[in-house]
Design a protein around this ligand. Sequence first.
Ligand SMILES: [Mg+2]
Length: 509
Amino acid sequence: MNARASERLFRSVRRLWTSNRADGRNLAQLSPEYLSLNDAYLRTKQKCESKKLPLDVNPKGVFACNELDLKEVNIYGFDYDYTLAVYKASMDSLLYNLGLEGLVNKFKYPPGIQEMKFDPSFAIRGLHYDIEKGLLMKLDSFLQIQLGTVYRGLSPVPDVEVLKLYKNKTVPLAYVENHGKTSQYFSSKMIQLADLFSVPEMCLLCNVAEYFERSQIDYHPEILFRDVKTSVGAGHPRMHKIVQENVTEYLEKNPGITEWFQRLAAAGKKLFLITNSPYQFVNCGMRHMIGPDWESYFDLIIVHARKPMFFTDESRPLRIYDKVHNTHVWDKVTQIKKGVIYYEGTLSQLQELTGWRGSEVLYFGDHPYSDLADVTLEHGWRTGAIIEELTHEINTLNREEFKKHCNWLQMLTQLIEECQEVEEADAKVTLGTWMLERDKLRQQIKKVFNRQFGSVFRTYHNPTYFSRRLFRFADVYTSSVTNLLHFSAQHTFYPRRGVMPHEYSSYFV
Ligand SMILES: [Mg+2]
């Protein structure tokens, strides 16, 4: 639309709009402030509609938080679960059902809780659970609670109650992070659920709490939390067995992984695996994904590593695992040999035995804290986070309707900021309707990711607590390790020049 046609349309819309006022006043009776406010709204709307929508983001992209030159990387390390091993939705149901079974059979919870079924769309990763108050919620990078995302059981807690309970929208730091101290003044009262195994755990926790609330059964949220955690954890050995019996039911093939490993080996890179899972379970999965010769791709394999202790403990000997007899050997490990399976140990020992140091190692994991935090903060390893949820998040961002809503939300927010000092009563009413429209838009944008909790990465406009930690601990992040297949071993990932609040909104305007 050219400028004159656009101006004509604007004037006719404005005429129509002002002549349809419910109080029957015509244009001449309206205050200049009111009119100029509505003019500004119509012009902004017009500008928004003519604005080009941003280009789609590649769901298989590798996104850099920090510059990473692969030429400097000689050693590639991997976690197993949810990093190399991509599980199907059936894995979540299995973990949920095993946890539920344990609660009824071992912890003697009421059999009625078995009515509560697993809902894969209930929770997202990165939520915080207040173990005293029994509330699940999403926090942003400023430790603010995102109102509207606080749940007791499956029921949302009204904002007024949340503000009454916490006396503030911001949660004190000591509530969330304990900095490794055990003093009561530093004990954290919130637990963050940051790995993908925790999604079924959160759903079980909320389902049981909901059952107790509905049945008016008194319960202690912390005891419930501990029991659910123990029960889901205790279900892991059975889960390992069930998956081994029918691996295709639970594990994706992850095509491309063998090709990528071959390419890395051809480029002279070393590969290693450090996983908390047991050998038999990993062996079964890797044979399914790569083939019986999977071990030949790795220069070092450590199972049962007990991360994050593997990265933080000073003295815990590395041991040899005997795959034939399914036991571990007592011998002292003095050198690393290809083809041998190791067990436990510490990172310092690994570095001593291999001579691998800092920035030549790139380690991939799905857990920003237990996989990535210590290796980057303490040992200077380069890190890659595998965040499976990126696929859903990026596909949502790429929807045309979503882009339009986002554009309008941004422009409307700016308009509200610029016009907020109005004094005339009618103008204030108009400003109020804009605020309502903005709130509605924000809700719409949030719900498309997950009805209850919105995006894993954002609260309304801030990064989530999860994102802040992720961006701090990961040099790059992507939805799957095999996305790296699209880049050569010489590639450099450059971070975007992020716009700071005091800078231009874009260098290309
Ligand atoms: Mg993992």
